[in-house]
Design a protein around this ligand. Structure first.
Ligand code: MG
Length: 262
């Protein structure tokens, strides 16, 4: 209180422009003295926050998801998945690995999600076939609409906004940390869903951050709309959506897929 009053007095003096040289020096001394006093009164605990207490979570280790994650594929079954064309997911599960069965179509989670952290491990075939977009192509569609590209981008040039780590046809990855075909690679994706107004117009676009093999490739990128092969993307209002994996005709494999809703 005393500090505020003194400060007020000092300001009043200044406003009235009645300060003499000596007065000004006095005011400055008083003013700085007050700041020092105010700082002395503040305690470290004034800025400590004790609640809420963060929930204990065991972290991801090896093939284990964090304890609070929803495991989407643990190596055993496709019970959490269905065909994007309707009906059962027809991809192959063998030796704890999920592999695209070409021609059966995309698969998607039965559960829908909004904002999340998603972990996916993937592997393009060791046997190199095709080139460009035709080599080890798959994809992870966030909310069933926005594709994080999966591609064998190890020595395989294609358009930069279509290589692994890209948001397909929208964002070039910052770098290319892709491993050779046949090796397991990881995606860690942090996603904020778009929001829509009641009239269906876009209130805020989707945001995505992507780490590929632990290396940042997309940093808070503002997704421009649903992934399209030709033309410009345009948002359409939607609610929660699934995680969808692409059947692009290549024998891409997946394992250890988990998600944490934010
Ligand atoms: Mg793809």
């Amino acid at each position: 209180m005393a500090f505020n009053m003194l400060l007020k007095d000092n300001l009043t003096i200044r406003n009235k422009k009645k300060l003499t040289g000596a007065g000004l020096v006095l005011a400055v001394v008083l003013f700085s003295g007050n700041i020092v006093m105010a700082q002395e009164k503040a305690k470290p605990e004034d800025t400590e926050v004790w609640k809420p207490v963060p929930q204990k979570v065991s972290p991801a280790t090896g093939n284990h998801a964090p304890s609070d994650a929803v495991v989407l594929f643990d190596g055993n079954s496709l019970e959490k998945w269905e065909s994007a064309n309707g009906g059962k997911a027809e991809w192959t599960v063998k030796d704890n690995i999920l592999t695209v069965t070409p021609g059966t179509g995309d698969i998607r989670t039965k559960q829908n999600f909004t904002n999340f952290q998603l972990h996916v491990e993937w592997r393009s075939p060791a046997e190199i076939r095709g080139e460009g977009q035709g080599r080890g192509n798959s994809g992870i569609f966030l909310q069933g609409r926005y594709e994080v590209q999966v591609l064998d981008s190890y020595n395989n040039r294609t358009y930069s906004n279509g290589q692994a780590g890209s948001i397909y046809k929208q964002a070039v990855p910052l770098v290319n940390p892709v491993l050779p075909p046949g090796e397991w690679q990881t995606y860690d994706i942090i996603y904020t869903a778009p929001r829509f107004k009641e009239d269906g117009s876009t209130e805020s676009k989707a945001l995505v951050t992507v780490l590929l093999n632990g290396v940042l490739v997309q940093h808070n990128f503002e997704i421009q709309g649903p992934t399209v092969y030709i033309g410009t993307p345009e948002y359409e209002a939607h609610g929660p959506g699934p995680i969808q994996l692409q059947d692009h005709g290549d024998l891409v494999s997946f394992r250890n897929i988990w998600i944490r809703e934010i």
